[in-house]
Design a protein around this ligand. Structure first.
Ligand SMILES: [Zn+2]
Length: 339
């Protein structure tokens, strides 16, 4: 990405093993993330550009001398952050704070919207998938690298549990996966705040019980009507804008919790006083999706959840710039890149 609206597919130096703990992975599926749209909207022009992509499934081509659990030929899914799996934070399940970790889609590590990626800390980072590389479950397996794990994280941080009322702010891929996660965790009522008919239909099939198409104060009012006047026990903020965050905080009931997974586009959190007086928990952050694979993978393999349905467009590497355009114009929910 060279700047806002300027994505190009170019030949770059081949990814290769640098550290003995690295693996080299040939990408078979990658995707474009809602979070890639923030720089797509705002990035200042750069002469050198920035390598993009942090969600992928691929086949291991080679491993460094110290890699033990991953071998060439393995089909693997990678979380959007790499991690050693052994440090104090990884052991606590917070792999995104790994003291040796970092994120894909940087100049240091490279991006996944590419033919191949160097994966640092391969033993800790990669998860071997027990299927073939063109398995029908591939779209859903790919969501374990980010959106399904992120929707689940929002639900966990919002303390979703059996019988609780849940509101999901945002009808993008993460919000839709948040609906799946809320249902999976036993929510009684799932209210989706969104306004695109195709996304609403998908949300309903994932388990949303109510849809709120209003915005701002009207949306707050409508959620209150749907929740006996109190607001929702659990709110998943899956956008990251000031307005969506304010809405999320305003529809949590006293004692409720808000799980924020939309990358914040603002320095401060709104509604400081009302959320204080209502004892509302404000939690969230980048999802430690590596920690959740063990829990979510069996459900995907058994077909209990189908998060891969959020993909509504397939492209190849050359089609990536168009894919960004389609997602930015909301003509596509999420684009899968098939290599
Ligand atoms: Zn770690």
């Amino acid at each position: 990405m060279y700047g806002a609206g300027d994505v190009r597919m170019e030949t770059v130096p081949d990814a290769r093993i640098i550290e003995p703990t690295d693996a080299l992975v040939a990408v078979t599926r990658a995707c474009i993330c809602g979070s890639d749209l923030w720089p797509y909207k705002t990035m200042e022009h750069s002469e050198t550009g920035r390598l993009m992509g942090h969600e992928f499934v691929g086949v291991v081509e080679a491993v460094g001398a110290d890699v033990r659990s991953i071998k060439p030929g393995d089909l693997v899914v990678a979380p959007f952050a790499f991690s050693d799996g052994t440090c104090v934070f990884c052991l606590e399940g917070l792999h995104t704070s790994c003291i040796h970790g970092g994120f894909f889609g940087s100049d240091e590590v490279g991006g996944a919207q590419a033919e191949a990626v160097r994966v640092p800390l391969a033993d800790g980072t990669l998860v071997v998938l027990p299927v073939g590389k063109d398995d029908a479950l591939m779209p859903s397996l790919l969501t374990l690298s980010d959106v399904m794990g992120t929707g689940h994280h929002a639900a966990v941080d919002a303390k979703v549990g059996p019988g609780k009322s849940v509101a999901v702010v945002g009808d993008g891929a993460v919000g839709l996966c948040g609906v799946i996660a809320a249902r999976r965790l036993g929510a009684g009522q799932i209210i989706l705040l969104g306004r695109h008919p195709d996304r609403i239909a998908l949300a309903r099939s994932f388990g949303a019980t109510d849809i709120v198409t209003e915005r701002g104060d009207e949306a707050v009012e409508r959620v209150r009507e749907l929740t006996h006047g109190f607001g929702a026990h659990s709110v998943l903020e899956c956008v990251g804008l000031k307005q969506s965050t304010l809405t999320a905080l305003s529809i949590a009931r006293p004692g409720g919790a808000v799980g924020r997974v939309g990358v914040p586009q603002d320095d401060s959190i709104p509604a400081s006083q009302p959320t204080f007086y209502d004892n509302i928990t404000i939690a969230g952050g980048p999802a430690p999706v590596r920690a959740y694979v063990g829990e979510l993978l069996p459900d995907v393999l058994e077909g209990k959840i189908e998060p891969g349905r959020v993909f509504d467009r397939v492209t190849n590497l050359d089609g990536v710039p168009d894919g960004y355009r389609a997602m930015n114009e909301r003509k596509s929910i999420k684009v899968v890149i098939k290599l």
